[in-house]
Design a protein around this ligand. Structure first.
Ligand SMILES: Cc1cc2nc3c(=O)[nH]c(=O)nc-3n(C[C@H](O)[C@H](O)[C@H](O)COP(=O)(O)OP(=O)(O)OC[C@H]3O[C@@H](n4cnc5c(N)ncnc54)[C@H](O)[C@@H]3O)c2cc1C
Length: 309
């Protein structure tokens, strides 16, 4: 019930305005979102890097409805790559890219425009000395996104992709990607998906996560274990040892503001830990999704809305 209310608030622009300007809620926003601008994002990234962490920057932009907007977004990503290099952070900070933000599905002659634009972003990232990971969105885009990554990897072999453990197809996708030696971020999955394509029981999702992880750890690629789940983190550490992987041949990934103590604890143990840092003008729906993931966060949110700490 509370979760439904919070998710409904994601659509509400007056709550967004109140959250942006009220002092008590500023702290809530700042915990999960780096700020609106590239400078904000690089300041937060620089602090995380100084703590020994790696970063993936997630640009929260406007929805893209036509080719012109998609080209403007691609230009913003190219500038982001240059800014990462100018800040001297290219060896520790990469870019997370959503193909929907580059107009996935819009065609440009015979081509999917998003693939052409993603190629330009990957080239800019390479020039800057950093890498790109392509986020995974809802299941209707999985085939197109994996095909895009496969195309991009021909020229940019270090382009990463994401596999969602809740999808029934994912074990087979992991086998293909592990064989190909790809960088693969494994996460549970964040979209509301039908039972025809996804496991809906969380224990089944966890079991599939473990099956996928085993394939990735034993494979030729670079596994990126994206979860805050203590049991899965412990299992991943054991599997890495069993697979004979040195600590620089896989990494953990977590969201900015979620379990920051655990991020540093893993780092102190010698693990590579990458923090996914969102920034940009469209931060509000992202923030509400994070808050809705945990009852404790929702209470924090509800109290902040009421003007109390
Ligand atoms: C780096 C990164 C990139 C991602 N990229 C994508 C993507 O491209 N596509 C996609 O669909 N999804 C993506 N996700 C989101 C992901 O699919 C999940 O929705 C999200 O990470 C929550 O899943 P979880 O594995 O943490 O498990 P959950 O089941 O949500 O949480 C498991 C446990 O983690 C602990 N925990 C979780 N949150 C907190 C918290 N706030 N404070 C303290 N403990 C907590 C608790 O013990 C909880 O029981 C990404 C996630 C990460 C971390």
């Amino acid at each position: 019930m509370l979760r439904r209310l919070v998710l409904a608030a994601a659509q509400n622009r007056s709550i967004e305005r109140a959250l942006t300007h009220a002092a008590p809620t500023r702290a809530v926003v700042d915990r999960f979102v780096a700020g609106r601008t590239v400078d904000d994002a690089l300041r937060v990234a620089g602090n995380l890097v100084a703590d020994g962490l790696l970063v993936s920057l997630d640009r929260l932009g406007e929805q893209v409805h036509d080719a012109d907007q998609a080209r403007v977004t691609a230009q913003a990503y190219r500038e982001l790559a240059q800014a990462i290099a100018a800040a001297g952070l290219a060896s520790s900070v990469e870019i997370s890219l959503k193909l929907s933000s580059l107009g996935q599905g819009l065609s440009d002659g015979d081509h999917d425009l998003s693939v052409e634009l993603a190629r330009e972003v990957c080239a800019a990232a390479k020039e800057a000395g950093t890498t790109v990971t392509v986020d995974m969105e809802d299941h209707t885009t999985t085939d197109a996104t994996l095909a895009a990554v496969s195309t991009l990897r021909a020229d940019f072999p270090d382009v990463g992709c994401v596999i969602q453990a809740y999808l029934r197809r994912s074990l087979q996708d992991c086998r293909t990607l592990a064989e190909a030696g790809a960088r693969v971020r494994l996460c549970k999955g964040a979209y509301r998906e039908p039972a025809s394509v996804a496991f809906t029981d969380r224990h089944e999702v966890d079991r599939n996560f473990v099956r996928c992880l085993r394939v990735l750890m034993r494979g030729n690629g670079y596994p990126m274990v994206a979860t805050h789940d203590p049991r899965l983190i412990a299992i991943a550490s054991v599997m890495a040892v069993q697979a004979g992987r040195a600590k620089d041949r896989y990494e953990f990934q977590m969201l900015y503001g979620v379990r920051p103590d655990e991020q540093r604890r893993l780092r102190a143990r010698g693990e590579r830990v990458r923090v996914y840092v969102p920034y940009g003008s469209e931060w509000y729906p992202y923030l509400v999704r994070r808050l809705a993931e945990r009852p404790a966060n929702m209470l924090f949110f509800a109290r902040a809305l009421g003007g109390r700490k």
